[in-house]
Design a protein around this ligand. Structure first.
Ligand code: ZN
Ligand code: ZN
Length: 262
């Protein structure tokens, strides 16, 4: 594993670009994907105001270009884009304009559900939790079928929320795998919670056999917001890639051919 495809800078909720690059150098990476949150159309939760890469990506692009002069690491000018069903044409139009090296599409919200916070599920019963989990996978399948993104991020995100944990079924993973086999979209092994509540990567390592059975390849993303996180998580991803014999996408990312070189 030589590329971390998923990191955040101060252009969303992460750390200064230079610090993330230094951490990537220290971790022995040869390429680093800068994937700040990008919300094209506002969601019910009003997060657009907080994550405004739509307005700042050109400034960030200049910063990335300048940083390339000071590092041997390949820097990808990329984005983690929130996928909201029904807004595909707006997302497509913006991505066409922004022309990122690649994009990670992520479901953070679907319908009335917010999968980034536990609050909503505090008093939910098992049936309600199952409905929330199932709704998530409907959105992930729609994301994959939309062909809008190169990568699908943290594909079993509901597992981060204690109340929703274990409400994802093998059938849900099977649905995702089937959609992936018919799509250009590549799944990510995401280390965003390996040292916090969840204690493992996305997707559940217990389900990785399903993906390998269908010949699905992965990219690897630490989802780091700080240099320390990157330093801790990259070794975990490397170990996992070795122990599960996961093949990473040949040539790392198909978008790499079109990446912006200085
Ligand atoms: Zn995310
Ligand atoms: Zn992220």
């Amino acid at each position: 594993m030589q590329t971390d495809v998923h990191t955040h800078t101060t252009y969303s909720d992460g750390s200064p670009l230079e610090e993330m690059i230094t951490a990537a150098e220290d971790a022995g990476l040869s390429a680093l994907g800068l994937t700040d949150h990008c919300i094209v159309t506002d969601d019910e939760f009003g997060r657009r105001a907080k994550y405004d890469l739509v307005e700042t990506y050109q400034q960030r692009r200049e910063d990335i270009d300048a940083a390339r002069d000071a590092t041997d690491i390949r820097l990808y000018d990329a984005a983690e884009v929130s996928y909201v069903e029904g807004t595909e044409s707006e997302i497509a139009a913006f991505l066409e304009t922004a022309d990122f090296a690649y994009t990670i599409g992520s479901v953070h919200f679907a319908g009335q559900y917010n999968y980034t916070s536990a609050t909503q599920y505090a008093a939910a019963d098992a049936q309600q939790c199952r409905a929330a989990a199932e709704r998530y996978y409907d959105a992930v399948v729609a994301l994959i079928e939309s062909e809008l993104f190169d990568v699908v991020g943290h594909l079993d995100l509901p597992e981060r929320i204690p109340a929703l944990r274990r409400h994802t079924t093998r059938g849900d993973y099977e649905r995702v795998v089937r959609a992936l086999t018919d799509s250009e979209t590549i799944p990510e092994v995401n280390a965003g919670r390996v040292h916090r509540s969840l204690g493992r990567v996305h997707p559940d390592p217990g389900m990785l056999d399903l993906f390998t059975e269908y010949g699905i390849q992965f990219v690897f993303g630490s989802d780091s917001h700080t240099p320390a996180e990157l330093g801790e998580r990259v070794p975990v991803l490397r170990t996992l890639a070795d122990t599960h014999d996961l093949s990473s996408v040949a040539g790392e990312l198909r978008a790499s051919q079109s990446q912006r070189l200085p």
